[in-house]
Design a protein around this ligand. Sequence first.
Ligand code: AMP
Length: 399
Amino acid sequence: MNAAENKPKNLARPYDPSKVIPPGATVGVLGGGQLGRMLALAGRAMGYRFVTLDPTPDAPCGQVADRQITAPYHDAAAARQLAELSDVITYEFENVDADVTALLMAQSYVPQGSRLLHTTQHRLREKRAIEAAGVRVAPYRAIASEAELLEAVQAFGTPCVLKTATGGYDGKGQWVIRQLAEVPDAYSTLSRAGGELVLEQFVRFAKEISVIAARSPRGEVKAFPAAENVHVNNILHLSIVPARASGQVLAEAERMAVRIAEALDVVGLIAVEMFLTEEGELFVNELAPRPHNSGHYTMEACRTSQFEQHLRAVCNLPLGPAKLLSGVVMVNVLGQHVQPLLEWMVRPESQTAVPGVTAKLHLYGKSEAKDNRKMGHVNLLTDNVQDALDWIERSGVWK
Ligand code: AMP
């Protein structure tokens, strides 16, 4: 028995700062979507093996993993099988069932633990944790009744944003209240699901940016350069890196992400989404404890991709340098873009349309190209943002 094993276990910490999961080991991934796929692609190059659990046969991650267990996420027998096959377990989505996490933690090694998931699964808990880390969020109030909502809307002024505390994503579970008369409808619609609500003051932001930080059990922390994010219909459309903001603001955004990673005892990645106002103020909007769409640019533009970094952190390897090698614009490929994009990418002009722009296509292997479904992305490498935007325009794909 080594010295580390003799130490009393700190139950609040699901990880062991001295335990390393070396290449050759098997990584279990709960969730078989594109994030798991890109994690497995990065990890296979490093020598790790992968097993994933996902309800859909031939899931994006299953296609590149050594093995897929096809079962619902709440299936205890399947979770047990994942635990048996894995030396370490991670997840690629945050709405992981608490019982499943408990089972996996009892039967395998889950260095990310369950506390961070518990925090980020609930907007109010998340905001309190961010504030406790000394980082600002937009003013907010917990809302338990229509009367409370009315009072809070009067206090904040319109517009303001009512959100469900749990279950919302990509703008779902939200209502922008533009006048007092909307209060009854907003309350009855969002309270229908029965969960808690939170009202936020509307931030008149100039830009949305995000920073992804990684932290390992040994306590090493590194942040990737901030991305400037452009959404269309509440779905991420572009990430522009470097973000077009002052060096001071970007350094502050990176410091905030590092502070959150440390204060929340993160293992793996934490994506921190922020609003940046005209005055240069930053407010954190939300967190995601996993690889993030706004970090896909790192795949070719950084010395270490977010996926390799996540594995390094979870496996307690030294973190890789997060330095940016090239300017980049990431554009998301949704279901409606796949066919026109493929027609464009097979034409020689796609490589020469805008000199100096290198286009790197990533597709996730999903069979059904439904509208607005994330099917892939293109990283446009160039130090001139306008050139990348011109490439997007020339392709005629994103109309
Ligand atoms: P969320 O689901 O919290 O990421 O919100 C989805 C989008 O709604 C954000 O990307 C913003 O564009 C907008 N939004 C959310 N909260 C606020 C807020 N407090 N003020 C202004 N815009 C917001």
